[in-house]
Design a protein around this ligand. Structure first.
Ligand code: ADP
Ligand code: MG
Length: 277
């Protein structure tokens, strides 16, 4: 993909570094029986940044999103949002504070149409809304994600790409400050991926901090200010996209032998790598 939308944008990392973190994880661990899904994870997100998260299936990425959004609680460690400890707050309280997430497996209310699905997001969001206000919010968000023409489709009449957009619309309707995107590009065509990247950029430009989990390496590398790599629940790297792509531990754990071979032969550059997982 050589489209301009996938080129890195100028980083605003310098100004971000001076600000206190929006989200902080301190030594967070989550176990399921004997399995450690998230293992002693510490992490900071600065306001306004895009943090990309990659890692093989089962690395703990979705569990991390569950822990931040209130769909799981840590066994040990603390999660702070704007300095407030939120580790044990229910999901709706975290939503009111400005945290919104999408689900890896999209789950629209099937009996409701697209617009009604998004209105539900608006009702559960940061601001108390009347029906009229929720309607207006839903329409504005549908416009933003380019779903206006399908506002009256039922949830189960949508394509994969539309369902992913609907997931984002429902989250955006809550008026978040922090948006957690769990594989919103999975199953999309290259053109749909470009459009999703551009949409996420626009969302970020509107002032929303974004954590984006994705397997599409080109997309994550072009979007992210920093990239976090998880493996067996542990952080194995956290750096700029360029540094992460050349980190031998990351190549071994995630990008795999195929990538290492390609790099060695130097027939391709980093941006042209795609790893199907
Ligand atoms: P990823 O999103 O990186 O693919 P997950 O966070 O979904 O990984 O899963 C991490 C590990 O935790 C996996 O081994 C998964 O099977 C396990 N896991 C996740 N959620 C649960 C759960 N609710 N109960 C039991 N095991 C779980
Ligand atoms: Mg997952």
């Amino acid at each position: 993909m050589s489209d301009a939308s996938l080129q890195p944008t100028e980083s605003n990392a310098t100004t971000q570094e001076q600000q206190p973190p929006l989200l902080k994880l301190v030594n967070v661990t989550r176990r399921f029986g004997g399995l450690v899904a998230v293992d002693n994870l510490s992490l900071s997100l600065r306001p306004g940044e895009i943090l990309g998260v990659i890692g093989p299936n089962g690395a703990g990425k979705s569990t991390m999103v569950n822990l931040v959004s209130g769909f799981a609680t840590p066994n040990t460690g603390a999660i702070l949002y704007q300095g407030l400890e939120i580790s044990r707050l229910p999901a709706n309280r975290r939503n009111h504070l400005g945290i919104a997430r999408t689900f890896q497996l999209t789950q629209p209310f099937k009996g409701l149409d697209v617009r009604e699905n998004v209105m539900i997001g608006a009702f559960f969001g940061r601001h108390k809304m009347t029906r009229q206000q929720a309607l207006r919010k839903a329409d504005a968000v549908l416009e933003q994600v380019n779903l206006t023409h399908k506002a009256h489709f039922k949830g189960d009449q949508l394509t994969v790409a539309d369902r992913k957009r609907l997931e984002m619309a429902r989250a955006l309707a809550t008026d978040p400050q922090l948006l957690l995107l769990d594989e919103v590009m999975a199953g999309l065509t290259p053109i749909e991926i470009e459009q999703a990247v551009e949409l996420i950029r626009e969302i970020n430009r509107s002032g929303i901090t974004v954590l984006v989990i994705e397997h599409v390496v080109r997309a994550i590398m072009s979007l992210s200010d920093r990239v976090l790599v998880l493996h067996h629940g542990r952080k194995i790297a956290e750096d700029t996209p360029a540094e992460v792509l050349s980190d031998p531990r990351v190549i071994e754990a995630y990008l795999g032998e195929r990538y290492a071979r390609q790099r060695k032969s130097k027939h391709i550059n980093d941006e042209n790598i795609d790893v199907g997982l």
